[in-house]
Ligand binder design. Structure first.
Ligand code: ADP
Ligand code: PMV
Length: 335
């Protein structure tokens, strides 16, 4: 099945001004986070209402000698980005210029207009990286395939996460829910489903630390990795079938089961558990932490007509902001 990805067109106008612009959106992992790092499948959904835009400006297009790359985040006031966030992007840009056969390292000014809060399990670093790849492609008028884009985003992600599965790299460019496993994706053909209410706990999670925490636990306890990955893969497969067959109650139950699995592994927090309980009490079909964990967001599968009530209860339980994300296939424009 062909995968729908968001792509950026080349604007002759921008080329003349030596500026390339690229965009990507946030994502949420429905099920499978962490286990996906060990080769298990994951289900992920695009979050199209949260986007990031990268503008890459080349003040001396084709400049001589090794170039400098500066990074700025817009906002009031605009600010330089932290090294933790820019190291991977620098490596990505180096890889892009080498892969595309560009002679010299250019001098570049990268501006990130970020509408995706970072450290919330929403794929902010992958979205930034993907937006930069699209911007570079536009700036240099190069065709970049989906595979090349994935590899470039992974160059940055592997630095940010230590070892990244690649699910974020794919999902932040996808137009529909997808099943991801070992770099390969399958777009899920579902109709209009219920909605996901995403609630931000306001606490910055640390994906790299969370991945490391789990790995250390696996090293200390014989068989723990196999047990975790088998249970996670089983739940993800059951959820995939429930999604395909239109069984929202079963999908919801598997989400909550997956939350319990992550919580048992030490990846949840009290604030997150409170939000999960609040969503379930308010009528959500299932709820869980999403992404790297140790903070971040809760995702709650909710009947459309109950989304407002669930959102109210999540705010009352401490959520700093909520988003309602339609769960729908690529051709369901009227959902
Ligand atoms: N402007 C910024 N200020 C601080 N950190 C940033 C910024 N932009 C991106 N980051 C980085 O983004 C990372 C979070 O991205 P990521 O690991 O993808 O997690 P998430 O998907 O939860 O956002 C943080 O570790 C941080 O280094
Ligand atoms: C925990 C993990 O499965 C997902 C991380 O998601 P995020 O970066 O926290 O949005 C890590 C990975 O897949 O590389």
């Amino acid at each position: 099945m062909a995968l729908s990805t968001s792509a950026e067109g080349v604007s002759a106008d921008r080329r003349a001004r030596s500026v390339g612009v690229g965009r990507a959106h946030a994502k949420a992992v429905l099920l499978g986070e962490h286990a996906v790092v060990y080769g298990a499948p994951a289900l992920a959904v695009p979050v199209p209402q949260l986007t990031v835009t990268a503008s890459v400006h080349s003040p001396r297009h084709g400049g001589d000698g090794p170039g400098e790359v500066s990074f700025t985040m817009t906002g009031s006031p605009s600010r330089p980005m932290v090294a933790q966030a820019t190291d991977g992007l620098r490596r990505l840009i180096g890889e892009f210029t080498a892969t595309m056969g560009l002679a010299d390292s250019p001098r570049l000014e990268v501006t990130i207009d970020g509408g995706i809060p970072h450290g919330r399990g929403l794929g902010s670093s992958a979205a930034c990286a993907r937006a930069v790849v699209h911007a570079l492609a536009e700036l240099y008028d190069r065709e970049v395939t989906e595979r090349e884009t994935f590899d470039l985003v992974q160059t940055a992600e592997n630095l940010a996460h230590g070892r990244s599965s690649g699910v974020d790299a794919r999902a932040v460019g996808a137009l529909a829910p997808l099943l991801f496993q070992r770099g390969e994706v399958q777009e899920l053909s579902i109709g209009c489903y219920d909605v996901l209410v995403l609630a931000d706990s306001g606490v910055v999670g640390r994906t790299k630390d969370a991945v490391e925490l789990l790995r250390e636990g696996f090293q200390r306890h014989t068989g723990a990795q196999e047990r975790f990955v088998d249970r996670a893969a089983g739940l993800t497969e059951q959820a995939r079938l429930a999604l395909a067959d239109g069984r929202p109650e079963d999908l919801g139950a598997r989400l909550t089961d997956y939350h319990d699995l992550l919580r048992a592994a030490g990846l949840s927090t009290n604030a997150i558990d409170t939000l999960v309980e609040a969503a379930l009490t308010a009528g959500s079909l299932g709820a869980k932490i999403t992404g790297g964990g140790l903070g971040g967001c809760v995702l709650a599968l909710t009947r459309r007509e109950q989304a407002a009530e669930v959102t109210r209860e999540l705010h009352a339980a401490g959520a700093v902001r909520c988003w309602t994300v339609p769960l729908k296939g690529p051709d369901e424009h009227a959902c």
